[in-house]
Design a binder for this molecule. Structure first.
Ligand code: F3S
Length: 286
């Protein structure tokens, strides 16, 4: 009988921004008691649960904060919230990823220069909510250029992206927007705010997906970059997103010879290892 091969993507799991955010919060937790993070520090339940064991609690409003120290998550927050936290006297620990910070600065720079800022991204995602704050009043976030009333765009148009979107998606969005907005605008400025780490993970996942009979993507369902990995892989092969090893369904693997595995940027190594070992037990050692 032919052996089943299980192969991990050449780039997967924790990115530098996530490692950095977790390290900052772990160090702070050693120093200060009762740290609150404004929303999950990264989009992975396992990480959040582990940090809870160190006294780090997730809050969603100022009223829920019960200590002195508040951590800003890796995907950032709007500037008004930062100001409010500081003016309330909280000690603020900012773990915003430098790549997200760069996107925030780009949005602000465009807005300050009089551009109407359009953000390619999921308007319900915390990073995009933060970017909207930095881009100022009148800015728009959407995944679909067709949703924008182009006659309201004005003469100067600035375009940025949520950091974890795909390059091909951003390119399609920009092309669609420019085609529609062409007659109404005089000047268009596009700033590439995509995260290169995310792009590298997507490229590696796609390369592996093309050679596999099935892809398993490990990560939080609330993680944008994890969902992007699943979307990219599902374009070429059957793909399943799981948060934990016990979500693997034996029936998925019938007749499959080459199984590819990738993981989102906020997925801890233990979660990937557990999925790999359950896979081996389900399909036989690769
Ligand atoms: Fe930052 Fe990119 Fe990771 S934006 S948090 S390095 S996925």
């Amino acid at each position: 009988m032919k052996k089943v091969t299980i192969e991990k993507a050449r780039e997967l799991g924790f990115c530098f921004g996530v490692r950095r955010a977790i390290k900052i919060v772990e160090n702070a937790a050693r120093e200060h008691k009762h740290i609150a993070t404004f929303g999950p520090i990264v989009h992975n339940r396992l990480v959040v649960d582990r940090l809870r064991g160190l006294g780090v609690r997730v809050v969603n409003s100022l009223e829920q904060i019960d200590g002195e120290t508040v951590a800003i998550p890796s995907h950032g927050v709007p500037p008004e919230l930062l100001l409010e936290l500081r003016s309330c006297g909280f000690r603020v620990i900012d773990t915003t990823c430098p790549t997200v910070r760069r996107a925030q600065r780009a949005a602000k720079k465009l807005a300050d220069a009089g551009f109407k800022v359009i953000i390619f991204g999921d308007s319900g995602h915390p990073e995009v909510k933060g970017l909207l704050g930095w881009a100022g009043g009148g800015s728009i976030a959407t995944m679909d250029a067709g949703n924008i009333a182009v006659d309201s765009l004005g003469r100067k148009l600035g375009i940025v992206s949520q950091t974890t979107q795909s390059l091909s998606g951003f390119a399609r969005f920009v092309a669609g927007l420019l085609t529609a907005a062409g007659p109404y605008t005089q000047e268009v400025r596009i700033i590439n705010t995509l995260c290169q780490k995310t792009q590298k993970r997507q490229d590696a996942a796609l390369e592996l997906a093309r050679r596999s009979d099935l892809m398993i993507v490990v990560g939080g369902r609330n993680s944008s970059n994890t969902r992007q990995l699943a979307d990219v892989c599902s374009l070429v092969v059957e793909t399943h997103l799981v948060e934990k090893a016990d979500e693997l369904v034996p029936g998925w693997f019938a007749g499959k010879r080459h199984i590819g595995v990738t993981a989102g940027a906020s997925t801890p190594e233990e979660a990937i290892d557990e999925v790999m070992s359950r896979l081996r037990s389900l399909v036989g050692d690769g």
